[in-house]
Design a protein around this ligand. Structure first.
Ligand SMILES: Nc1nc2c(ncn2[C@@H]2O[C@H](COP(=O)(O)O[C@H]3[C@@H](O)[C@H](n4cnc5c(=O)[nH]c(N)nc54)O[C@@H]3COP(=O)(O)O)[C@@H](O)[C@H]2O)c(=O)[nH]1
Length: 883
């Protein structure tokens, strides 16, 4: 009984060791010790089986010598491998009574003998699931077999070993599981956490920390609601409340990171069920912020591509033929093709006959080299119409760097191209006539001169200036003038050969390049055809108009340095043709060059004269036709050239008008005339009105009236004693503005007369609308008034009409008594001419006035037949007798 109790106590001790999870080694040794006590003389040993149950390893024993244990090492499980190997093999008790003679111990005889081991009884240790765990064996130093009690002890010990080993293995498996779980928890890239039923964090991995920005110790115990936005709190809480069915649930939420940025999370929650009771929740929160950002970015990009005004094509570079896999709406709009019509095909269906092969080759090369490119191609829409496609093509590479797609961006630049073409056309063509302009003409000239020099051909440049065009433009307006120019251009063009160039240089100047002449006479022959063609009447609206042309011809000669000189030469020759009389042509010669040089020199001299105010004023008296009284003077400028002496204003005034020098000259004349009149008055010669010729340029100046007022103010001449002589042309240009200026002059008290009347295009009827007082019949009519019936009739008509309109008539250029008589007989009001007095300097004028001034009839003036008064009502007296 006592023995049994000892046995039970020993077993309890072992079970306590097992229950306390003592190291297996210790427990096994304790089992060995118990058995050795219970089986006197027995040496207990335990071998444990490997996982595969092939071998017995780890010999555990308290009493077996170390050397033996070491020598046995591991034993293969088999029928002839000792007591243990066989017991494990048979899963049965194996008793080897005499080891020295036991055939199952072959190979171990010497080892056993060396350690004095003579008998061995071994029993398999089998687990609860019949799995072999090892063997329990007892050695004896004498041969022998176990008693029944020994057998029982061995079996009980084997059961204890089984218990200990299984416990150990379970513990290990548990630990391993725990570690696995922990690893999964710890190293999970997503935030893994657990919450208690109230919603407090009970565990959290490192990822929780980086997702929230809170340290783990701050998180543990924190209520989850602290992290979520207020608006989401209730919804999430309701999810947790409804999770009592024990199912997993999922939600998306945006939390506020501690660094005050939003973090989007996709949270999966699983209930923690212990003993069929939910005690909390596990959660896995995946940070979706980056993915959402990318998705948003992708959505925006996708939308941008869809909404782009540029056509976008994506092709798959991995498929044969690089087929289109996507086109956007803009592509459909630009090309007229529907998406479904183009998907799967190569983009080259857009190319056509006019597509530049060089640009195409560049495109193909770039595709072959898998690089981006920008080319401009002429492409074709579905309806066959062409458009200009500025195509940007770029490869798209995958993660491995291989080109997977090409993306093409089409920009329809047809409008820009058309605009550029228009710009380039305008840069080289005259907008009105469509002819080449100077720049294009010069290009052709350079090219054709080179060819002519190379092939020994004759080449000519014709410079053609329309005669009498300006008056048409001035009197009938620019629209009529434009039509005349267009028609003239057509006529010129019709007479030319295809290789010739016709250009308009501006205004009424046309230039023709004849590059392939066999003989120079051909150019002259052409000019002789052109001149009558230009002279043919032009019909513009109700007008039938006549103009002529003057043509200068320059031929290509040896030694020409710059082809453009030919234009200058032709221009000079044209100038000479104009001087010859109109409707003429002239070939350039070196003396023309001399003439131009002379003109240039004269211009420079004139400039010096302007700067030195080196002019004089001469005055030609104007006489009352009825009384012969001096009623005023015309101021006429004189220039004494330092070398050439007095030069006619007829020579330098047109030059000054061409060069703009007329401005300062006119200013000087105006001031000097005012000063001289004041001087005459001051010196007692009386007050006389002075007529000053006004150049068109001066009249049109913005500050003309201000300057005039200033001149009167400075000199002290009353406006009543100033008269301005204007030509008809001045009034015809921008008539409204001219009439306005005339009204202002009248308001100031300045008289205006129309000079050279009869030479322009104006009719008398338009004069009645103008605030003018006088007209001066042009000298050319007066000259032949007595010998030419037409001129006489014209003069009569002018006088009669002018009087009906309340205008005084001045006749200029009277050289003979007959002319005077004729004019007097027909009612002319005022006379001027060499017959009465030549223009004279002021000193001479003073002498003249001393002799003739204020003496009526001294010039043998005939009485005016109708008794008409020379003085217009309200006008100042021609002469102030008080002086
Ligand atoms: N803008 C300005 N033009 C001016 C000015 N001074 C003169 N001129 C213009 O120059 C042209 C030539 O002028 P000029 O050589 O002085 O000749 C004038 C008279 O001398 C000349 N005239 C006068 N009487 C006779 C004559 O009986 N026979 C004849 N053959 N010639 C005569 O006529 C010229 C005046 O003409 P007009 O001006 O039309 O009254 C001439 O166009 C001048 O206008 C100036 O300061 N500014």
């Amino acid at each position: 009984m006592a023995r049994t109790q000892r046995h039970l106590r020993a077993q309890q001790r072992v079970q306590t060791l097992i229950a306390r999870d003592q190291p297996l080694k210790e427990t096994l040794k304790a089992i060995c010790r118990i058995v050795e006590v219970q089986v006197p003389g027995g040496i207990a040993s335990i071998m444990l089986c490997d996982e595969a149950q092939q071998r017995l390893e780890q010999l555990h024993s308290v009493s077996l010598p170390q050397a033996y244990c070491g020598a046995v090492g591991s034993v293969e499980i088999g029928p002839d491998n000792g007591a243990c190997g066989r017991a494990a093999y048979l899963r049965d008790f194996v008793i080897c009574t005499d080891l020295a003679n036991d055939p199952r111990w072959v190979g171990y005889h010497a080892l056993a003998a060396r350690h004095g081991l003579r008998a061995c009884w071994s029993y398999p240790v089998v687990g609860s699931n019949q799995q072999l765990l090892g063997t329990f064996a007892i050695y004896y130093h004498q041969p022998g077999e176990p008693t029944r009690s020994d057998r029982r002890r061995v079996i009980e010990a084997a059961e204890l070993v089984s218990l200990a080993v299984e416990r150990e293995r379970n513990r290990r498996a548990l630990k391993e599981n725990e570690q696995r779980y922990r690893s999964m928890f710890t190293y999970h890239p997503d935030a893994v956490f657990s919450l208690d039923l109230e919603g407090h964090f009970t565990t959290a991995n490192a990822a929780c920390s980086s997702v929230t920005g809170y340290a783990l110790e701050q998180l543990i115990g924190l209520h989850f609601s602290r992290l979520v936005q207020h608006k989401d709190r209730e919804h999430i809480e309701s999810l947790y409340r409804d999770a009592d069915r024990g199912e997993a649930f999922r939600y998306s939420v945006t939390i506020q990171h501690r660094e005050n940025r939003s973090v989007s999370l996709d949270v999966t929650n699983l209930p923690i069920v212990v003993n069929e009771r939910i005690i909390g929740f596990y959660g896995i929160a995946k940070d979706m912020t980056e993915q959402h950002r990318r998705e948003t970015e992708l959505r925006i990009l996708q939308r941008s591509v869809e909404a782009s005004i540029n056509g976008i094509i994506i092709t798959d570079a991995r498929l044969p033929g690089n087929p289109i896999i996507y086109v956007n709406e803009a592509f459909e709009r630009i090309t007229g093709y529907r998406r479904d019509e183009v998907l799967g095909s190569n983009g080259n269906f857009l190319q056509g006959a006019e597509t530049d092969p060089a640009a195409l080759a560049q495109l193909k090369q770039a595709i072959a080299e898998q690089r981006e490119i920008n080319v401009t191609l002429c492409c074709y829409r579905k309806d066959g119409s062409p458009f200009w496609n500025s195509l940007y093509l770029a490869p798209v590479r995958d993660d491995s760097g291989s080109v997977s797609h090409f993306i093409g961006i089409q920009h329809d630049i047809s409008e820009r191209k058309a605009y550029e073409a228009k710009l380039s056309y305008h840069a080289s063509h005259d907008a009105l006539t469509g002819l080449a302009n100077r720049s294009l003409f010069e290009d052709h000239l350079l090219h054709d001169v080179l060819l002519a020099q190379r092939h020994g051909c004759h080449l000519a440049v014709l410079f053609l200036d329309l005669d009498d065009f300006k008056p048409i433009n001035d009197s009938l307006g620019h629209e009529v003038g434009d039509q005349v120019l267009i028609q003239a251009a057509q006529r010129l063009g019709e007479a030319l050969n295809p290789g010739d160039t016709l250009a308009r240089f501006g205004s009424d100047e046309f230039v023709i390049l004849l590059p392939e002449l066999e003989r120079e006479e051909q150019a002259i022959h052409l000019v002789e055809q052109l001149l009558p063609s230009i002279r043919r009447p032009y019909r513009v609206g109700e007008h039938e108009l006549y103009i002529g042309a003057s043509v200068g011809i320059a031929f290509l000669r040896e030694g020409l340095e710059n082809p453009v000189e030919l234009i200058q030469q032709a221009d000079m020759a044209m100038y000479r043709a104009k001087q010859k009389g109109r409707n003429a042509w002239e070939c350039f010669t070196s003396d023309i060059n001399d003439e131009v040089s002379e003109r240039m020199a004269l211009r420079n001299d004139l400039q010096e004269a302007i700067e030195a105010e080196n002019f004089e004023l001469h005055y030609q008296p104007l006489l009352c036709a009825r009384s012969g009284e001096v009623v005023g003077f015309e101021a006429l400028v004189r220039w004494k050239h330092p070398v050439k002496g007095y030069l006619s204003p007829g020579l330098f005034i047109p030059l000054a008008e061409d060069t703009g020098q007329i401005g300062p000259i006119s200013e000087w004349v105006l001031r000097q005339a005012c000063r001289d009149m004041c001087r005459l008055a001051a010196e007692g010669y009386g007050r006389y009105r002075v007529s000053v010729n006004l150049s068109p340029l001066q009249f049109r100046r913005a500050n003309f009236l201000t300057n005039l007022q200033q001149a009167l103010l400075e000199t002290g001449l009353s406006a009543d004693y100033l008269e301005l002589e204007l030509t008809e042309g001045v009034l015809m240009t921008d008539t409204a503005a001219a009439v306005e200026t005339l009204h202002q002059l009248r308001d100031m008290g300045v008289e205006v007369s129309i000079d050279d009347f009869g030479t322009g295009f104006s009719s008398l009827s338009y004069l009645k609308q103008l605030p003018i007082g006088k007209i001066k019949i042009d000298r050319s009519f007066v000259r032949d008034v007595t010998v030419n019936r037409h001129d006489g009739a014209i003069v009569q008509g002018i006088i009669s009409m002018a009087h009906h309109l309340g205008l005084l008539v001045v006749a200029e250029g009277i050289e003979e008594a007959e002319q005077r008589d004729f004019l007097a007989a027909h009612g002319c009001d005022v006379f001027q001419g060499f017959f009465f007095a030549r223009p004279m300097p002021l000193v001479k004028l003073q002498d003249y006035l001393k002799q003739w001034g204020g003496v009526p009839g001294r010039h043998d003036i005939l009485p005016v037949p109708n008794g008409r008064e020379v003085l217009a009502a309200g006008a100042p007296s021609w002469r102030d007798d008080n002086h």
